[in-house]
Design a protein around this ligand. Structure first.
Ligand SMILES: O=P(O)(O)OC[C@H]1O[C@](O)(CO)[C@@H](O)[C@@H]1O
Length: 227
């Protein structure tokens, strides 16, 4: 499984990049809003993320509401850097946009996916990435991981002909909240988990690791004292 970081915060991205584990970045309008960024600076901010993560896919979301607007936005965003992936929400307008963009070699990450039929349609339209959400199902008392499993199993049953050479369409496990979401997504064979920085740090840490380190440190102190 590959790890993407789910944030628009450049400090978080730089730190996670320094760990050497990242394969990409996803952002969305809420994550950009959280940085305090202004509309006028949005494209420059995305270009900067692309520069920091050179060569890794960086998803930047379009807020256009029509097919034509989405295609226009996507072409403009894709021109910012070669590693831009355009994020579009699954809807009637985004399917033809995705189909058109795939024919131009522009990669789409189809977001706000909550069902297998949505995911299958996204893949069929030519999405390079399909992003089923997990945590938001849990938030409403549903089982996000069970929902993810239906998407993974359904999508992986077929090939779609657009991004085969790159191993696409890849499934990005989105709306990840916990290390267990990552574990279960990996066991299901989801290609990618996009993880917020705080959850990524939780994936690094474990109470038994902390306890083990403290014990080793204490024993090493004794060894050093006797030296
Ligand atoms: O439920 P959350 O934590 O807001 O996550 C929303 C998800 O939406 C996305 O935009 C999906 O692509 C990701 O950035 C994020 O994983």
């Amino acid at each position: 499984m590959k790890f993407f970081i789910d944030t628009a915060d450049l400090d978080e991205i730089r730190e996670a990049m320094s760990w050497g584990v990242l394969s990409g970045v996803t952002t969305n309008p809420s994550l950009y809003a959280r940085t305090g960024g202004k509309l006028a600076d949005f494209e420059a901010h995305m270009a900067e993320i692309c520069r920091v993560c050179e060569g890794l896919p960086v998803s930047a979301e379009s807020q256009a509401k029509t097919t034509e607007g989405m295609v226009e936005d996507a072409r403009r965003l894709a021109a910012l850097a070669p590693n831009v992936v355009v994020k579009l929400p699954i809807c009637e307008e985004s399917l033809p946009a995705t189909h058109q963009l795939a024919s131009e070699g522009i990669r789409v990450n189809m977001t706000l996916v909550f069902s297998a039929p949505q995911a299958l349609l996204a893949a069929r339209a030519g999405a390079r990435y399909v992003s089923p959400f997990v945590g938001r199902f849990d938030d409403i008392g549903d089982d996000g991981l069970a929902q993810l499993e239906t998407v993974v199993r359904a999508v992986k049953n077929y090939s779609y002909g657009y991004w085969d050479g790159e191993g696409g369409p890849e499934i990005i496990t989105a709306s990840v909240r916990t290390p267990n979401h990552v574990t279960q997504a990996a066991l299901m064979g989801a290609d990618i988990a996009t993880v917020p920085f705080a959850a990524l740090r939780k994936c690094v840490r474990h109470p038994l690791t902390a306890e083990g380190r403290a014990k080793f440190d204490a024993d090493w102190e004794k060894v050093s004292a006797g030296a």
